[in-house]
Design a binder for this molecule. Structure first.
Ligand SMILES: *[C@@H]1O[C@H](CO)[C@@H](O)[C@H](O)[C@H]1NC(C)=O
Ligand SMILES: *[C@@H]1O[C@H](CO)[C@@H](O)[C@H](O)[C@H]1NC(C)=O
Length: 529
């Protein structure tokens, strides 16, 4: 770490060793008061505020006991997550895994509830089966119950499902002994009948074009606009579940039947969205997701046991644990009704992330999506993922600081220095290929520093367009790697040789001596599009 700081001292005396245009103009800073309060209505139901996290049962068929869930339960609970929303399809292993998950949750003082995935369940014919399934688990001790006016309700939710006969769901559950169900599915305003449900989950945690893709053709639907749509469609006694997600990118070619290849704008979304959540103070928040590796929005560890459908092509060596660290003070603030996470930050940490290749890198000759594939969903595109241009080639930095400090980012020898305030703040700088180093100093003395284990490269990783993010922290977190099951299909469909093994080095690459420097001070700017 010392060489890095020495080079900083050397070049911060005003010597610019390159003729690059001053990058200061490119630096974006993000202030804590950046959202528009009048856009969202603050509202409370009679239940206290709860944080859920969406958990895919469909990727954990390899778990063999409840203890295989313990680490997830403990980690989620330690962050302030109240319950996992257990997303289920109709696989043969679903009940076995639900049983393990409910048992582990009970052993770890966590709560869980079922979230029916209507990609697999049939909204037109499965209403009674949904009611039966809710009742099957409703009496277990880990089942999430919410209290409304003194009555305890069994909580249940969904992904999609508009058109489901909710009267039948309730009557079936009631006949099985559970008449009080708090049903908060992912019905859509203007599509499903919201009058028959107790609350609703909004899944769209990403800015979009109104048609499940990144903004395009001048159409931009913000996440806040989605919130507003739900809030105006729901009555004040119905509970809105506001989504929060950190990322979205997926890149499946013809090697699977559900080929899909697109991104939503992600960048600093995780930070910006939590600011919105603090202003909105919705009754419920659902983090999307814990372990959906295929769409890159996992905040759970790579080591969380799971199977692989080939998503390991873009997940291997790409831990997201730093995002959990950001969530923690924000969850505490949300529950306390606070507008800032700052008083919940108890130690200094820098969280950073970036994509690992420039977006104009050409991988056409070796990418897995350069051929025709099933496009029944309209989600398949060839080459770079649809919407890729909404992602910035930036390093994103969120310092969580107990006191103000100076943050230095050395991205491939281009060095930036920021004055970061006490508390949470966010910065982004254009990235350069090479090693990525980060440091915190106060009064000219280094407090901590680290070089990322992952370089930014101008070669195609495993030959593909990988738009997932690498998330790192200073101090460096515990090493987190995919297990054997999580790597099983890495090579499936690849056109170049690529080892299905974790390959992050144990020690970081040498940092690059800075050849140019820039400094910037914090200034409030609007969030990016
Ligand atoms: C905030 O939102 C309101 C309602 O959409 C709009 O009228 C107002 O101009 C916005 N203010 C700012 C500063 O963007
Ligand atoms: C798949 O369908 C979508 C929606 O119709 C379309 O925009 C896209 O171009 C199609 N993909 C391919 C590879 O043809």
């Amino acid at each position: 770490m010392k060489p890095f700081i020495l080079s900083f001292i050397l070049f911060s005396s005003g010597i610019l060793a390159t003729t690059r245009a001053s990058p200061a103009a490119n630096v974006k800073t993000y202030a804590i008061h950046s959202t528009n309060k009048s856009l969202v209505v603050s509202r409370q139901t009679s239940s206290s505020k709860l944080v859920f996290c969406h958990f895919m049962i469909g990727v954990v068929s390899d778990r063999t006991s409840s203890s295989d869930y313990d680490a997830d339960m403990q980690r989620a609970k330690s962050l302030g997550i109240d319950a996992f929303a257990l997303n289920i399809g109709t696989d043969s292993y679903t009940d076995t895994q639900l049983g393990y998950a409910y048992e582990s949750a009970a052993n770890n003082d966590m709560s869980v509830f079922i979230s029916f995935d209507f990609n697999w369940w049939d909204a037109t014919s499965d209403a009674a089966a949904v009611g039966t399934k809710i009742a099957q688990y409703a009496g277990l001790s880990a089942q999430l119950l919410v209290d409304v006016d003194g009555t305890s309700y069994v909580f249940a939710s969904s992904f999609a499902g508009d058109g489901l006969n909710v009267v039948t769901v309730r009557s079936t559950a009631s006949a099985a002994g559970f008449s009080d169900i708090y049903f908060a599915p992912n019905f859509h305003p203007g599509v499903g009948d919201l009058s028959v449900i107790d609350g609703a989950l909004n899944w769209l945690a990403w800015e979009n074009d109104g048609d499940n893709k990144a903004p395009q053709g001048g159409v931009v639907v913000t996440v806040l606009e989605g919130d507003q749509k739900y809030e105006s469609a729901l009555s004040t006694t119905q509970g809105y579940i506001a989504p929060a997600s950190a990322w979205f990118s997926t890149h499946f070619g013809p090697e699977v039947t559900y080929s899909k290849n697109w991104v939503f704008p992600s960048d600093l979304l995780w930070y910006m969205r939590w600011l919105e959540i603090l202003e909105m103070q919705p009754p419920f928040v659902e983090i999307v997701t814990w372990n959906d590796y295929g769409e890159s929005h996992y905040i759970g560890p790579l080591s969380s046991p799971h199977t692989d459908d080939g998503s390991s092509k873009w997940v291997n060596d790409m831990p997201h644990n730093g995002w959990l660290d950001i969530a923690k003070p924000f969850i505490s603030a949300y529950k306390a009704g606070a507008s800032s996470p700052n008083s919940y930050i108890t130690s200094d940490e820098i969280i950073y992330w970036y994509r690992i290749t420039p977006k104009d890198l050409d991988c056409d000759s070796t990418d897995t999506t350069m051929v025709a594939a099933n496009n029944d969903t309209g989600n398949y595109f060839e080459g770079r993922p649809n919407g890729y241009d909404t992602m910035a080639d930036d390093v994103f930095v969120v310092p969580l600081l107990t006191a103000a400090g100076s943050i230095t980012v050395n991205t491939g020898a281009m060095e930036y220095t920021f004055n970061a305030p006490a508390g949470a703040s966010a910065f982004s700088v254009p990235f350069e290929v090479g090693a990525q180093s980060f440091a915190l100093s106060r009064n000219g003395a280094e407090v901590m520093s680290a070089t990322s284990l992952k370089v930014i490269q101008n070669t195609c990783p495993c030959g593909i367009y990988n738009f997932n993010a690498y998330v790192g922290t200073v101090p460096e977190g515990t090493r987190d790697v995919l297990g054997a099951d999580g790597l099983a299909s890495l090579t499936n469909g690849l056109k170049v040789a690529c080892e299905p093994t974790p390959s992050l080095p144990v020690t970081p690459p040498a940092s690059t001596v800075a050849t140019a420097t820039s400094s910037a001070t914090v200034a409030a700017t609007s969030p990016p599009v």
